[in-house]
Ligand binder design. Structure first.
Ligand SMILES: [Zn+2]
Length: 299
């Protein structure tokens, strides 16, 4: 029987019990190393704690390496773990993708580590099991070997500057991204600015889903789906909703700036300086929510 970690923490607070310790030496140890060493999920119900770029995942569920309509890629990273909702979402979306000509489903990139948390390489986010990268490469077959999945690369669907889609772009990409965004659990989806503009051009009907599609650089080989904090996940910090509207003009403006860069404006000396945020690779356990110590070492 698995219980929500929030309930266990609440009971522990009531009874004065100590739950989970970070372990000897953990005060100095980097969270990325502690979380990176875990090979399975914690024995709780699925529950995210913290924020997408500063958190962890209780009760992580493993996405099977190969399913009826997907294959997980780069298995050596062990990042095919997510919140139960994320795994369910991938099952549904990949079943939709499998109906597209030339697609047997989806190639799934990074989700999270078994217990989430900061990672040794790559992403700032993907820490709560609610982010998933999905490859733009059509999943034309689902019998790729583990070794092949280490070495194969995805394909880019844009020009090098990410301003326009290229010949790899196809109607199935449009349909899959629209389906991906229409799911009510989705908070936002990151794609290259040129991909967003293309989606804006192709949609001739209801444009509401386009609001969730957010332009971001380095999202031409994959798209990045971020799910909302699940209902009743009180330890999960929500992200501010995207600005109202379909965001198409803003994306077009971004593309215009790529093609025709504007000279930088002189800095306003009165404007507040942006404080650089520390990278999650430098986090220690005390940077994360307290529940994450229990996720790491349930006693
Ligand atoms: Zn991502």
């Amino acid at each position: 029987m698995r219980y929500p970690l929030t309930i266990l923490l609440f009971l522990a607070a009531l009874t004065g019990l100590t739950l989970g310790t970070a372990g000897p030496g953990a005060a100095q140890a980097l969270a990325k190393d502690l979380f990176g060493a875990k090979t399975d999920g914690s024995p709780h119900l699925s529950e995210p704690f913290g924020f997408y770029s500063k958190g962890c995942l209780a009760g992580g569920v493993e996405l099977p390496e190969t399913g009826p309509t997907w294959q997980a890629m780069r298995l050596s990273r062990n990042r095919n773990w997510g919140h139960a909702d994320t795994i369910d979402y991938i099952r549904n979306l990949s079943a939709f993708a499998a109906k597209q000509p030339g697609w047997q489903g989806l190639y799934v990139g990074d989700i999270s580590q078994p217990r989430g948390g900061p990672m040794t390489s790559g992403h700032r986010s993907h820490q709560m099991g609610l982010d998933v990268d999905i490859w733009m490469l059509p999943a034309s077959r689902l019998n790729l070997s583990r070794q092949f999945r280490e070495n194969i690369s995805s394909i880019s669907v844009t020009t090098g500057n990410e301003a326009y889609v290229n010949d790899n772009w196809s109607t199935p990409h449009f349909r899959i991204l629209r389906e991906a965004a229409k799911d009510r659990r989705v908070e936002r989806i990151f794609v290259s600015p040129g991909v967003k503009v293309q989606l804006c051009k192709q949609e001739t009907g209801n444009r509401r889903w386009l609001r969730k599609i957010r332009p971001l650089g380095y999202h031409n080989y994959h798209f990045h789906v971020r799910l909302e904090c699940p209902r009743r996940a009180s330890g999960c910090v929500k992200q501010d909703a995207p600005p109202p509207g379909d965001g198409c003009d803003e994306a077009q403006q971004w593309v215009n700036n790529i093609v025709n860069p504007q000279p930088p404006k002189p800095r306003d000396p009165d404007a507040p300086r942006r404080v650089p945020q520390p990278h999650p690779r430098t986090f220690v356990m005390s940077d994360l929510p307290q529940a994450c110590a229990v996720v790491l070492n349930p006693s």
